[in-house]
Design a protein around this ligand. Structure first.
Ligand code: FNR
Length: 389
């Protein structure tokens, strides 16, 4: 029998014979509450908070909870293989770490630690444009491990062009363009604390190190930080963009492009028509539109509309292995994991992120096996029932 992700449980039990128990809980839904006790209210509110009253984040969880797996028996699940092809890349499991900005508010090792943890397990790391570490330094920390770059599509063409060139030459293979953040949403937990790290020049590392960004400053960043912050605020996002603008990205990026934040089948069709390679069905973890459709409720319609033309990925609400199985059954090829790894980072740096990845994949492996699946590919809509239907 080859090595399986599920073997992590025996590692934990065997280690336990020396009296040791895991430093963090193995039920990843508990990480938020522990982080809230240990870290400051500013960072915790920023990570855990959502748009408005938080209803979208709750709906994301509820939409997954409502779907129930129907396990099948006697299907030979002895040898299992979780690997999948996604956008021409071979991944060890249907998982990538979602782009999360400003990780330095959670841990001093920030993006480097998260990226190293992903690299240690072969899971792609998606670096945010709003990272607190420049993309070249994160790339260096990862060696040749799989990394993707998330773009916040700036008002300034030259800054965007420069970001794409830098990402390409530092080995980021897939471009993930986030569409759902043309403006910052109404986020009461941040507003009530007047907490926005970017205004302190935190989460601006890619911009402050960028030649095209710097070319627009009268003085170097270290001589007039406030002016640099104001330039960042002015160009960071662009609510004026429309579908034809995607041609610019297609011209300036020769690898796969994925649009993140798609929730309507017609938008997914427009993405395919624009020559994109994939979409991430996502509502940004409920951080942008309060009252929005839950991401898992939007997923099946989008998979039906474009599943044969685009790679359909999913995030928003994934916390456990069974959530991943449900997302696969609803039509996703792979999922992005968000908040749980940020909590793992805040609680225990790189080791905390590794713990989160290993728990999630062990639980995924076991849930698949115990439901009658030896690979992610055999999961279909027929493996789920919906409560109340
Ligand atoms: C995010 N997300 C995000 N997305 C993105 O494209 N660029 C970014 O910089 C960020 N930053 C960010 C910060 C924080 C603190 C959070 C929680 C999220 C959204 C992220 O990629 C993903 O869509 C959500 O995290 C998914 O929701 P859950 O599963 O984490 O609830």
């Amino acid at each position: 029998m080859g090595k399986h992700w599920a073997d992590f449980q025996y590692e934990i039990y065997l280690h336990g014979m020396t009296g040791a128990v895991p430093r963090l809980p193995t039920d990843l839904t508990r990480l938020e509450e522990i982080t809230a006790r240990r870290l400051g209210p500013g960072p915790v509110g920023y990570v855990a908070g959502g748009a408005g009253d938080g209803s979208t984040a709750r709906a994301n969880r509820e939409a997954l909870r409502r779907r129930r797996i129907v396990p099948r028996m006697l299907r030979d699940v002895q040898d299992r293989d979780l690997s999948v092809e996604v956008l021409g890349r071979s991944l060890p499991a249907p998982l990538a770490l979602a782009p999360i900005g400003v990780l330095s508010i959670l841990h001093p090792d920030a993006e480097r630690a998260a990226a190293r943890a992903a690299a240690a397990h072969g899971v792609p790391y998606i670096l945010s444009s709003a990272s607190s570490t420049p993309m070249e330094e994160v790339a260096e920390a990862m060696g040749d491990a799989e990394r993707w770059f998330q773009l916040y599509w700036s008002k300034d063409r030259e800054v965007t062009r420069s970001f794409l060139g830098r990402a390409r030459s530092s080995g980021y293979s897939v471009l993930v363009v986030t569409l759902d953040t043309p403006l910052l949403a109404w986020r009461p937990r941040d507003l009530d604390q007047a907490y926005l790290p970017f205004l302190h020049g935190v989460g601006t590392a890619n911009y402050f190190t960028d030649p095209a960004f710097r070319a627009g400053l009268a003085k170097p960043v270290h001589e007039d930080r406030d002016a640099a912050v104001m330039r960042f605020v002015g160009l960071f996002a662009d609510p004026g963009k429309t579908w034809p603008d995607l041609a610019f990205l297609r011209e300036n990026w020769d690898g796969p492009i994925v649009l993140k934040g798609v929730l309507h089948p017609d938008d997914a069709r427009l993405a395919a028509d624009a020559g994109m390679d994939g979409v991430v069905v996502s509502n940004h973890g409920g951080r942008q539109v309060a009252g929005s459709v839950a991401a898992a409720d939007a997923l099946p319609g989008i998979a039906r509309a474009v599943g044969d033309r685009l790679t359909v990925l999913f995030d928003s609400g994934v916390r456990t292995g069974d959530d991943v199985v449900k997302a696969l059954a609803l039509g996703a090829r792979a999922v992005l994991l968000g908040r749980p790894y940020a909590y793992g980072l805040g609680l225990d740096g790189q080791a905390g992120v590794e713990h989160v990845i290993r728990c999630l994949l062990a639980e995924l492996d076991l849930t698949l096996a115990l439901s009658g699946h030896a690979t992610p590919a055999s999961v279909t809509a027929a493996d789920l029932v919906e409560e109340g239907r």
